[in-house]
Design a protein around this ligand. Sequence first.
Ligand code: NAP
Length: 353
Amino acid sequence: MSRPESSLSIALVGPGRVGRSLLERLQAHAPETWQLMAVADSTRLRRGPIERSEWAQPFADEAFQPRASDRDWQDELLRRDGIPVLIDASASAEVADAHADCLARGIHVVTANKLAMACPSSDWERLRAASERSMYGISATVGAGLPVLDSLRELRRAGEPVRRIRGVLSGSLSALSEGLSVGRRASEVLETLRRDGLTEPDPRTDLGGLDVARKLVILAREAGLDLSLDALVVDSLVPEELAALSLDSFLRSGAVLDRHVAQCVDRAPGSGRHLAYVAELEVDGRACVGLRRLDDGDSLAQLSGQGNRIEVTTECYAAAPLSIEGPGAGLEVTALALWRDLVRISESVRRCR
Ligand SMILES: NC(=O)c1ccc[n+]([C@@H]2O[C@H](COP(=O)([O-])OP(=O)(O)OC[C@H]3O[C@@H](n4cnc5c(N)ncnc54)[C@H](OP(=O)(O)O)[C@@H]3O)[C@@H](O)[C@H]2O)c1
């Protein structure tokens, strides 16, 4: 018997911290018509349909196989009656590279992984074209799901050009800046953030500014502006001697990190007493991310904890920018953003049929 048209056939790649949080939500709240057809991490693959009672722990009973080709389960998704969806909750370049192919083949993609959307300009046109064939859910990639990408998309559709984007785009760097402002050591703040699942799998991706730079590229592209990573000026908080170490060695090098970050704080542009890692993009393409000293009156200086704030200046929003603020990291809010994109796909595809 064929399933109702809003049924989803889901494959989830990357059942790590964010992925598991989403699997728990799916197990508890997904409509009966949604099926989990595959779960894969870097080495293992569990093929479905998987019993709902096992969704939150898909590898628990050892009913998995070594991960080889993804093509097989992608073909299986396409053969089924449900709407095929790939969820990418990894931080892997290999998985990101598959987004354009999946979208072009008719598999909708929902992602927390920023690598595809922040790809080099040479790959961007292919991804953009593929995302017109299938739905591409990217809400979780910036601001852990704050409704900023939707707002930029709507401004673009309405023909309202974006002139400037400025903001604090990283929950972990927001919390780090706040800690540094009150004299805490970088390594100490980082350890707490890592324990709470609020950093990237390798926290140097946060500290080096690359994660924020990728988010700025995604915001720019969603606003219809041309920006790629190599055009961005990125101020890194990672000392050169720690950049190439293994993750474990880096995590054991707290004293070196603390000394370097203290120097970055001393050198940070600005004269205010608030520290923030700020992203800025002008319509002429000038773009930078880095640590800044902000005055008391600066709207970005009011943030606390993992707060993010994104300010968008357009012709209509010239005197006062459109501002969106809220938590910018966290497993549950990120999983909720992925969930919202899944619901959106389910509803839109049903409406179109
Ligand atoms: N944490 C947050 O607050 C937050 C917020 C917004 C977005 N995100 C994004 O969410 C994603 C996941 O973050 P996380 O904190 O959940 O990371 P994580 O705990 O390290 O989980 C990553 C998962 O991806 C899997 N993986 C790695 N390489 C893979 C590959 N080549 N093929 C398939 N699976 C692979 C890992 O499997 P193995 O164990 O086998 O390596 C693991 O299951 C990242 O892209 C991150 O930027 C996170």
